[in-house]
Design a protein. Structure first.
Lengths: 1098, 101
C-alpha cells in the first residue's frame, strides 16, 4: 500500500537566493508522487503564494500556506501556517513584521500582532529556538518557550527533520530524535517534514551557488549551508524511511505515529485555492454611489453634436449596460478619480491601451481619443462574456508621476505621511519579480567559483539580455569570446550552472508604474512590505494581483507628456498664447506636411530611423493614417510582411483587393489589409452574425492552434448560413488566421497617436518651445546634441550658457532675424510626387542652454546660482553663488561668463578668467586661514582681472570643451571642422541625398546618433546606423556581408565616413546600403598628412 | 550488487549485510548509525572527472557518499566499522573504527 505523505516545509525559489526550484515544478513533482496536498513555506515572505496556488489548482493538489520567519536577530527560524479562512491573518502578520522597526519577528512584534497570530499555527522546526533548547538539554527553557508561544498562537507543533547529517547537530537524525523524544515526554504534538529547498538530489550545487550569492562570499564549506543533498522533495517511501529512522532513534518501533500525525495536521491546514486564497475573486474599491457613473457620463454627452450625438447616446447606454451588469462602476469611477486628481494638479493625463475604445473612458476624461469616429470598440476592452477586470493604463508627465502616487496614497487610507499602510488601507504599489537572466547568472556563478573577474566580465558583457538557458548558443555566436577557452572545465561548469539558475527569482522590485486600488480589506488579500523608495508594496506581482481580483492601475510616466507640458508653459511665457493642445483639430495640413517630410526627430513614436523611413514611404495624411503607421511599425507586421501589400496599395502600385462588399467599411481605411484587432472582431461579427463581444471572444481564442481549429469549425458553417460563398470564406479565414498572432489593438494605437500628433503639431507651429521641452525632458532615443542640431537646422539660434540668463531648464528667447540667421530646412520640391510640402519657419527664436546639463552640477548648486542672480562679475559669482570650484571652471570653459566680461571685445579671454578664478580661490583660502570662518570674506578687495596675454581658445577647442562638459556641441556643429576634407573627398550632405538616383554610390559622413539591430524578417542580423552630419540624418544599413569588416568599428567609434548605395523607398523614403565604413578622424588625419607633404612632392 | 574495484560489500537492497575485510568475511549485526555526505564539488572541477560533451550533460561531482557505522563480526568479539559508498563510482570503502557507537 502506498502511504501518502504531505510535505509541510518547503522553500521555493521565492525564498530568494535560497530555494532552487519554482513552485510550479515542485507541485508537479508532488502530484507525480501521489501527494494530495503540499505546503509552501517560503522564507520571510509569500511572494510565491499565488503562483503556488495556481499550480496546485492545475495539478489537483490542496495548497497549504505558511511562512518561514527568521526570529530573534536571525538566530532562529520558525514556520507559521494559516488555517481555514485565516490566510488574511498570516498576510497581516507578515505585513506587521515588514512594517516593524527592524523588519524582524520579535516577541514585541508578536505581542502587538497577537490578534493575527492567535489564528495561526506555529511549527518549531529544526532551526527553532525550541529545538536548540531541547538539544542543549535545557528542558525548562524549552517548556517556557513553548508556554510563551501558546498564548500567542492557536496551536503549536514540533516539526522534526533529519537530513541524515553526520553527528548530533541540526539536521542529524539524533537532533530530530531528541525533539521527538521531548514531544513524547511532554505530550506535545510532533510532525515530520524535510525542510525542502531543492527539487532533486542533484540540485545541491545550485543551492551552494545561491548560498554563496546570498552571502556574497565565494564557495567554501564554511559558507554553504548543506553538507549533503537530502533537502529535496523526497517521495512518500523515502519520507517513511526517514520517519522510521527518527522514530527508532527516539525509541519508538517505527515512524507510523509520526507520519499519521503529519497527515492529520496537513489535513487541517489545507486551503481552498478559491475560497481561502482568493483566486478568481474581485475586490473593487468602495464607492458611495455607483449611479454617479451614469450621471457623469450622460452629462458629458453634451460635447457631441449633430449626427454623432445620436450614435453616442445609444452607444453610451450599451456600454453602461455592460458595466452595470458586471458591477464595474467602482472601477471606472476610481480610475476617473485618479485622472481627476492629476488634472486638478495641472498634470497632463492620457489613457493608453484598449481603454481608449470605451466611450465611458472618453466621457470621464480618462481618454482623449474620440472612439466612435475612430471606429474603436468597447468590446475589445470589456465585455460581459469576459468577466475579468479590464486593464486601464494612464500616461502622465514623467517628472510629476510621484505627485500622483502621493495623491493616491493620501486619498486611499494611510495613517501617516510616511505612507505606512493602516489597517484599512486600500492601495499599494505592486511588486515585480526580478529573475536570473544570463548576465546575472554568470556573474553570480563566477563570483561563487572565484573565476577571474576579467573573464566573467567579458562573458557577462557580451551576453545579450537573454534567458540564461540560451547561454551556450549565445556564446558560440560571439567572435569576441573566441579567445576564451569555453571548454575549460571551470568555464564549462560556470556556464552550465548559470543555465541552471535560469528563471529563478532574485528579488522583488517595485513595478515601475502599477498601483492597486482595492476595498479596505487589502491587507487581508496580500502581504505588504515597504520598498526602497518608501512606498508600501504588495509582495505580489501583476499576474498575482490579477489572479486575486485586485484592480491594478498603471500610472506611467511619459517624458513626452512632460516635454509637451513644458513647451506649453514656454509658449505662454514667451508668446503669451494659451494653447489648448487637447482641443486642436486633428487635420492640420502643415503638421502632416512636416510628418511627410520625414523630419520627425523629436516627435513621439515616429522619430526612429525605421519610422522615419516608414513615414517617408507611407506619407500619412490623416490622424487615422497615424494610427495605422504606429500599428504597422512593430515586429509582427514587419515579420509577416503586412507592410508591403499595404504600401503597394496605398501608393497605387497595386489595386486593392476587395474580398466582399460587406467588408468594405471595415477594411477600406487600411487598404484591405487587416491591421487592427477591431477589424478582426468586426469581420467575424459581420460574416457570422454574432455580437461584437462574441467576436472578441473568438478572436482571443485564435491565439492558440487548438483555439483556431475550434473557431474555424464554428466560423465556416456560420458564414455559409449567411450566404457567403466558400471561396470568400476561405480567403477571409486565411487573412484572419495569419493575422491572429500579431494584430494590434486600434484603441491602443489611437491612444499613442494622440501625443504623436500633438508633438508633431507643436514642432510645426511652436518649434522652439517644443525643442526646449525635448531638451529639458529628453523623451526620445537620440542624444541631446542631435535634438539641438535639429533646432539649428530649422533656423533657431542656439545661445550658450550664460551665468545671468540661463535657467535650470532650456529657455526660449525671441531674437531678431538678421543676415546671420540660418535659413530653415526646406524640403525639396519633388517632381515625382508633384507635391511640395509647406514646412515650418522657426526663425526669430533662440534656445538658451540650461545650467542643469553641465557635467557634475547638482540641484543645490543650480538653486544657489539662480537664487543670487544677477552677478556683477566672476569675483561676485565666486563669492555669492556657492558653486564648487570645478563647476566654476566648467562654467568659464563653456562660456557662461563671456557676455558678463565682454570677451567678444577681445581684450580678455577664457584663459584669463581661469587665471582670475585661481587668484580668487587663493585669496579666499588665505583669508579663511586668518579669520577661521567658513564664509567668503566680504569687503576684501578681489584681485584684479587682467589680460595674461595667452591666446584665446580656438573654436575647435571651444567645441571640445562644450562636448566634454555638456555632451553637446553648442557653438557650432562638430562636423564643421571636417567640412574642407569632406568637400575635398566629395561627401554628400544628408539633405542633398534626396537628389541622388537609386543605386548611385555616395560618400556620407557624420556623428553616430543611433545604432540599432531590430528584428528582421529573414532573422539575419542587420545593423542600422544613423549619422548626423549637421544637415539632417543619414540612415545607413549594414548587411551581414559588410558587418565582418566594419562590425567592431560601428560599436567602438563615434565619427564615421561611409560609402554606400542609395536606396529610394518612397516619395521621401531614402536610405543607404553601406559598402564600406571608416573612422572619420583616421581618414581625416591621413588626408591632412598627405596635404602637408603635398607641396614637397609637388 | 556488482562488485567494483574497492572493498567487497554484500548489500542486496542497498543496505550492507556482509563484507570482506583483510580476507575475512564479516557479518553486520547492527547498524549503529547511517548518514550521508556530499559537497565540495567546486574543489574538484579541474580534476578531469567532468564528463565531456555538451553543457547540458555536465555532471557535478558532488561527492555523494552514504556511510554506515556498523557492528560486525566474523566470530567472537564484535568490532565497529564504517562502510562508505561513493555514489558516483559505486566504490566501497571499509574502515575499522576504534570509537564504540
Amino acid at each position: 500500500m502506498k502511504l501518502p505523505f504531505t510535505h509541510l516545509t518547503l522553500a521555493s525559489g521565492y525564498s530568494f537566493k535560497y530555494g532552487t526550484a519554482l513552485p510550479h515544478k515542485l507541485v508537479e513533482r508532488a502530484a507525480e508522487q501521489g501527494a494530495t496536498a503540499l505546503a509552501l513555506t517560503d522564507r520571510d515572505g509569500a511572494a510565491g503564494a499565488i503562483r503556488f496556488a495556481k499550480a496546485c489548482e492545475e495539478f489537483g493538489v490542496a495548497p497549504i500556506l505558511g511562512v518561514n520567519l527568521s526570529f530573534l536577530q536571525k538566530k532562529y527560524r520558525v514556520t507559521v501556517f494559516a488555517q481555514g479562512d485565516g490566510l488574511g491573518a498570516l498576510y497581516r502578520l507578515i505585513t506587521s513584521i515588514n512594517l516593524s522597526e527592524d523588519k524582524l519577528l520579535t516577541y514585541k512584534v508578536l505581542t502587538s500582532a497577537s490578534q493575527y497570530s492567535s489564528q495561526l499555527i506555529l511549527a518549531h522546526g529544526v532551526e527553532s529556538q525550541l529545538a536548540a533548547a531541547i538539544n542543549a538539554r535545557r528542558s525548562e527553557e524549552a517548556m517556557s518557550i513553548y508556554g510563551a508561544a501558546s498564548d500567542l498562537f492557536a496551536t503549536q507543533v514540533l516539526d522534526c527533520t533529519s537530513h541524515l547529517r553526520a553527528g548530533t547537530g541540526p539536521y542529524s537524525t539524533t537532533y530530530a530524535a531528541r525533539m521527538l523524544g521531548f514531544a513524547r515526554d511532554h505530550n506535545l504534538p510532533a510532525v515530520l517534514s524535510n525542510a525542502v529547498r531543492m527539487l532533486d538530489r542533484a540540485d545541491g550545487p545550485i543551492a551552494d551557488v545561491l548560498d554563496s550569492a546570498r552571502k556574497l562570499v565565494p564557495l567554501h564549506h564554511k559558507h554553504v549551508e548543506r553538507s549533503n543533498s537530502e533537502a529535496y522533495l523526497k517521495n512518500p517511501a523515502e519520507m517513511a524511511w526517514v520517519g522510521d529512522e527518527i522514530a527508532r532513534a527516539a525509541g519508538e518501533r517505527n515512524g507510523n505515529r509520526l507520519l499519521a500525525d503529519t497527515e492529520n495536521l496537513a489535513q487541517r491546514l489545507r486551503l481552498s485555492p478559491r475560497r481561502d486564497i482568493g483566486l478568481g475573486a474581485i475586490h473593487l474599491p468602495h464607492i458611495k454611489d455607483p449611479t454617479e457613473l451614469r450621471h457623469r457620463t450622460r452629462a458629458a454627452l453634451s460635447r457631441y453634436t449633430g449626427e454623432l450625438s445620436v450614435k453616442a447616446a445609444v452607444r453610451l447606454e450599451e456600454e453602461l449596460e455592460t458595466v452595470t451588469t458586471l458591477g464595474f462602476e467602482p472601477y471606472f469611477l476610481s480610475v476617473a478619480a485618479v485622472a481627476d486628481m492629476a488634472r486638478a494638479r495641472g498634470i497632463r493625463v492620457a489613457a493608453r491601451g484598449s481603454g481608449a475604445g470605451s466611450l465611458i473612458c472618453y466621457l470621464l476624461g480618462i481618454s482623449g481619443v474620440e472612439p466612435i469616429s475612430q471606429g474603436l470598440l468597447m468590446e475589445r476592452f470589456c465585455s460581459v462574456l469576459r468577466a475579468e477586470l479590464p486593464d486601464i493604463d494612464i500616461d502622465v508627465e514623467s517628472d510629476r508621476r510621484l505627485e500622483i502616487y502621493s495623491a493616491v496614497f493620501d486619498r486611499y487610507g494611510f495613517k501617516s505621511d510616511k505612507y505606512a499602510p493602516g489597517d484599512n488601507s486600500s492601495t499599494a504599489t505592486v511588486a515585480m519579480v526580478e529573475t536570473y537572466k544570463a548576465r546575472h547568472a554568470i556573474r553570480d556563478v563566477g563570483a561563487a567559483l572565484g573565476i577571474a573577474p576579467m573573464e566573467i566580465d567579458l562573458i557577462a558583457k557580451s551576453m545579450p539580455r537573454i534567458r540564461s538557458r540560451n547561454i551556450q548558443k549565445a556564446l558560440e555566436n560571439l567572435p569576441e569570446l573566441k579567445s576564451l577557452n569555453l571548454n575549460s572545465p571551470m568555464l564549462k561548469m560556470a556556464i552550465s550552472l548559470a543555465a541552471k539558475l535560469d528563471g529563478l527569482p532574485r528579488h522583488l522590485a517595485m513595478h515601475p508604474c502599477a498601483v492597486v486600488l482595492s476595498d479596505p480589506g487589502l491587507l487581508d488579500y496580500a502581504p505588504i512590505e515597504m520598498n526602497a523608495s518608501g512606498y508600501p508594496m504588495l509582495q505580489f506581482d501583476k499576474d498575482d494581483v490579477e489572479a486575486v481580483g485586485l484592480l491594478k492601475l498603471d500610472i506611467l510616466g511619459v517624458r513626452m507628456q512632460s516635454a509637451i507640458a513644458y513647451a506649453l508653459d514656454e509658449i505662454k511665457r514667451v508668446d503669451g498664447v494659451d494653447v489648448e493642445i487637447d482641443q486642436i483639430p486633428l487635420d492640420d495640413a502643415p503638421t502632416f506636411d512636416l510628418i511627410k517630410s520625414a523630419r520627425t526627430l523629436g516627435i513621439f513614436q515616429i522619430e526612429s530611423p525605421g519610422q522615419r523611413e516608414l513615414v517617408g514611404k507611407f506619407a500619412p495624411d490623416t490622424f487615422t493614417d497615424l494610427i495605422i503607421d504606429i500599428s504597422l511599425f512593430r515586429p509582427g507586421p514587419v515579420k509577416s510582411d503586412m507592410i508591403v501589400p499595404f504600401l503597394n496599395s496605398r501608393q497605387g502600385l497595386k489595386p486593392r483587393d476587395l474580398i466582399h462588399p460587406d467588408l468594405y467599411d471595415v477594411l477600406h481605411e487600411t487598404e484591405g489589409v487587416v491591421v487592427f484587432h477591431e477589424q478582426v472582431i468586426q469581420v467575424i461579427s459581420i460574416m457570422s452574425g454574432c455580437t461584437l463581444a462574441e467576436g472578441d471572444e473568438r478572436r482571443r481564442k485564435m491565439g492558440s492552434p487548438e483555439g483556431q481549429i475550434e473557431v474555424r469549425d464554428w466560423f465556416y458553417p456560420a458564414a455559409l448560413a449567411r450566404g457567403y460563398t466558400n471561396s470568400v470564406i476561405d480567403e477571409v479565414w486565411e487573412i484572419l488566421r495569419s493575422f491572429a498572432s500579431f494584430g494590434f489593438c486600434k484603441a491602443h494605437a489611437a491612444a499613442f497617436a494622440l501625443p504623436t500628433y500633438q508633438s508633431a503639431w507643436l514642432k510645426t507651429h511652436y518649434m522652439a518651445p517644443f525643442i526646449a521641452g525635448l531638451l529639458t525632458h529628453d523623451p526620445g532615443m537620440y542624444p541631446k546634441r542631435l535634438i539641438l542640431d535639429e533646432a539649428r537646422q530649422w533656423g533657431i539660434e542656439i545661445k550658450g550658457i550664460d551665468i545671468n540668463k540661463s535657467d535650470r531648464n532650456y529657455l526660449v528667447e525671441k531674437v531678431l532675424i538678421d543676415g546671420d540667421t540660418r535659413a530653415p530646412y526646406a524640403a525639396p520640391d519633388l517632381l515625382s510626387t508633384g507635391k511640395s510640402l509647406s514646412l515650418p519657419d522657426a526663425r526669430g527664436y533662440a534656445i538658451r542652454m540650461a545650467l542643469r546639463d553641465i557635467a557634475g552640477i547638482n540641484d543645490g548648486e543650480v538653486e544657489g546660482i539662480l537664487r543670487s542672480r544677477p552677478y556683477l562679475d566672476l569675483a561676485d559669482f565666486v563669492a555669492r553663488s556657492s558653486a564648487s570650484r570645478p563647476i566654476c571652471e566648467a562654467l568659464i570653459m563653456v562660456g557662461a561668463f563671456d557676455e558678463l566680461h565682454q570677451l567678444d571685445q577681445g581684450a580678455l579671454n577664457r584663459r584669463d578668467l581661469l587665471l582670475h578664478l585661481q587668484d580668487l580661490y587663493k585669496l579666499s583660502s588665505t583669508s579663511m586661514r586668518g579669520t577661521a570662518t567658513n564664509q567668503m570674506v566680504l569687503g576684501l578687495t578681489p584681485p584684479p582681472l587682467e589680460a595674461s596675454g595667452l591666446p584665446a581658445l580656438s573654436s575647435a577647442e571651444e567645441v571640445r570643451h562644450e562636448l566634454d562638459l555638456t555632451g553637446m556641441d553648442i557653438s557650432r556643429h562638430m562636423m564643421e571642422f571636417y567640412g574642407e576634407f569632406l568637400n575635398h573627398v566629395g561627401a554628400v550632405r544628408s539633405s542633398d541625398l534626396i537628389h541622388k538616383r537609386s543605386g548611385e554610390s555616395v560618400l556620407v559622413a557624420g556623428v553616430k546618433v543611433a545604432l540599432q539591430m531590430p528584428p528582421i524578417r529573414s532573422g539575419k542580423r542587420v545593423i542600422f546606423l544613423t549619422l548626423d552630419d549637421g544637415y539632417g540624418c543619414n540612415d545607413v544599413t549594414f548587411f551581414e556581408d559588410i558587418q565582418q569588416s566594419s562590425g567592431n568599428l560601428l560599436f567602438s567609434s563615434t565619427l564615421f565616413l561611409v560609402r554606400g548605395e542609395v536606396r529610394r523607398t518612397g516619395p521621401r523614403g531614402i536610405s543607404l546600403r553601406a559598402t564600406q565604413a571608416w573612422e572619420l578622424t583616421d581618414s581625416y588625419e591621413k588626408w591632412r598628412n598627405l596635404r602637408v607633404y603635398e607641396p614637397e612632392h609637388g | 550488487m556488482a562488485q567494483v574495484a574497492g572493498a567487497r560489500v554484500i548489500a542486496p537492497e542497498g543496505e550492507p549485510l556482509e563484507f570482506i575485510y583483510k580476507g575475512r568475511r564479516f557479518h553486520v549485526h547492527a547498524v549503529v548509525s547511517r548518514w550521508r555526505e556530499s559537497g565540495g564539488w567546486w574543489n574538484r572541477i579541474d580534476d578531469g572527472r567532468l564528463k565531456k560533451g555538451p553543457l547540458e550533460d555536465v555532471i557535478f561531482d558532488d561527492g555523494g557518499k552514504a556511510i554506515w557505522r556498523v557492528e560486525a563480526a566474523p566470530e567472537g568479539a564484535l568490532a565497529t566499522f564504517e562502510i562508505e559508498l561513493d555514489e558516483i563510482t559505486g566504490k566501497w570503502q571499509i574502515r575499522p573504527t576504534s570509537r564504540p557507537s
